[in-house]
Design a protein around this ligand. Structure first.
Ligand SMILES: NC(=O)c1ccc[n+]([C@@H]2O[C@H](COP(=O)([O-])OP(=O)(O)OC[C@H]3O[C@@H](n4cnc5c(N)ncnc54)[C@H](O)[C@@H]3O)[C@@H](O)[C@H]2O)c1
Ligand SMILES: O=P(O)(O)OC[C@@H](O)[C@@H](O)[C@H](O)[C@H](O)CO
Length: 382
């Protein structure tokens, strides 16, 4: 069995590649990083080490790689033969890989009508659906009706913390022990892939919202407030009582929303939150606040992990999301010069002023309750 996986980065190698290998796939990674592509082809294997006292290590083999910049034809050929396609490139890169993916799928369906699923493993609600949209924008009506029959784009939620890697061995990936991969079964075509570690569910929305609005909202709070207090890593941010307290209060807000919206049992959800906080406290991960806070423009988007639940909190719970607003304010103050999106936000605030910048970034109208809360919290953060 062949899997073509776009993005041989942290989650690609440290999570998806590992599970695909355990399920018996040969994985062809597609990436633009020449060094990683060359090393994968030289060794055809790499190791994954657990960020835990045991430091257990497993070898992932049956892997190779293609450079999408210089080997487009080979990528198209691999898509033609693939049994599964997955991605972990980052939401902003999906429109870029969609071009080559489309060419591959167009060629494939000319001779191969075997059903094929494309699963985007990104931190995004409706990631595969978005990728499908980018693909379908390039198809004519006949191609669309063929693809409707044989190509599936099931949405997914993936959860495993994989920090930036600082190992001498450039292929080695350190990952936390915990993982969860949930896929929307109702969106699959053909047979369900047999991959130990995937949970198939009939409706993904409660799972992706639970993950994004708990793990990623909590992570964002720790990153932006951690940065605000000059703390370099997430586990250290959690040692700071002020940050941990604000994190817990923010997750109580999203918890209330999620419990009301998806009828989660409150005690079970509290247990889920406690487990996540423990994961953030893992000192073996030493996860930089700048990795977790990366891309603040994306994270402040109208449906992402901060503004998304804050708006819903007002609508569903009927209260003011004070702590989510504080996290949004901290994200607006995130001033990391090496992060292009942070630079853009600071530039926007200085060019157009805070109010206009908030509207442009979050798409919130100035008379929205959340808008006023964000402004208040921004000024109170100092
Ligand atoms: N790291 C985590 O803890 C984690 C956990 C769950 C989900 N995710 C999600 O997984 C995705 C990837 O995150 P990551 O942490 O692995 O990032 P990463 O930067 O480590 O990996 C991304 C990879 O994509 C490659 N890439 C960039 N442009 C490309 C292109 N045009 N074609 C092919 N490959 C390209 C990069 O070279 C890199 O190897 C993101 O959506 C992220 O939100 C990450
Ligand atoms: O990948 P991002 O930039 O969307 O978010 C940063 C982290 O919160 C994220 O990578 C987590 O580590 C991951 O989602 C855990 O499953």
């Amino acid at each position: 069995m062949l899997a073509v996986h776009f993005g041989a980065g942290n989650i690609g190698r440290g999570f998806i590649g590992l599970l695909l290998n355990e399920a018996g796939y040969h994985t062809t990674f597609v990436d633009v990083n020449k060094e990683i592509v060359d090393l994968l082809n030289e060794r055809n294997e790499y190791n994954v080490v657990l960020a835990a006292e045991s430091k257990d290590e497993v070898t992932v083999n049956h892997v190779s790689a293609l450079n999408s910049m210089t080997e487009a034809e080979k990528v198209i050929e691999a898509i033609g033969k693939a049994d599964l396609i997955t991605t972990a490139v980052g939401p902003n890169i999906l429109p870029i890989i969609a071009k080559l993916l489309t060419e591959g799928l167009q060629e494939r369906v000319k001779t191969n009508q075997t059903p094929l699923n494309v699963i985007a493993c990104e931190n995004l609600i409706g990631g595969s659906t978005l990728l499908k949209k980018h693909v379908y924008n390039q198809l004519d009506e006949t191609e669309k009706s063929i693809m409707d029959q044989v190509i599936g784009f099931p949405d997914a939620a993936v959860d495993r913390i994989v920090p930036n890697q600082v190992n001498d061995d450039k292929l080695l990936v350190m990952v936390e022990p915990y993982y969860e991969w949930v896929v929307d079964q109702s969106m699959l075509v053909g047979k369900q892939p047999i991959i130990k570690g995937i949970t198939f569910v009939e409706a993904l929305n409660p799972y992706i919202e639970r993950k994004l609005f708990t793990v990623n909202t909590g992570h964002a709070v720790a990153a932006y407030l951690g940065y605000h207090y000059g703390i370099p890593s997430i586990d250290q941010a959690l040692e700071n009582k002020e940050v941990k307290g604000l994190l817990e209060k923010t997750l109580n807000e999203t918890g209330l929303l999620l419990s009301q919206k998806h009828s989660f049992k409150q005690e079970e959800h509290r247990h889920y939150i406690r487990k996540i906080i423990k994961r953030f406290e893992n000192t073996y991960l030493a996860d930089d606040v700048t990795r977790v806070g990366r891309g603040p423009l994306r994270k402040l988007g109208p449906n992402d992990r901060l503004v998304g639940p804050a708006k819903q909190f007002i609508e569903v719970v009927g209260q003011q999301p004070v702590y989510l607003a504080k996290a949004i304010a901290a994200a607006l103050k995130y001033d990391v010069k090496t992060d292009e999106e942070a630079v853009q936000i600071q530039q926007l605030i200085s060019d157009k002023g805070l109010h206009e910048a908030i509207t442009e970034i979050t798409e919130l109208r100035q008379d929205h309750d959340l808008f006023k809360l964000i402004v208040e919290q921004y000024h109170s953060l100092g």
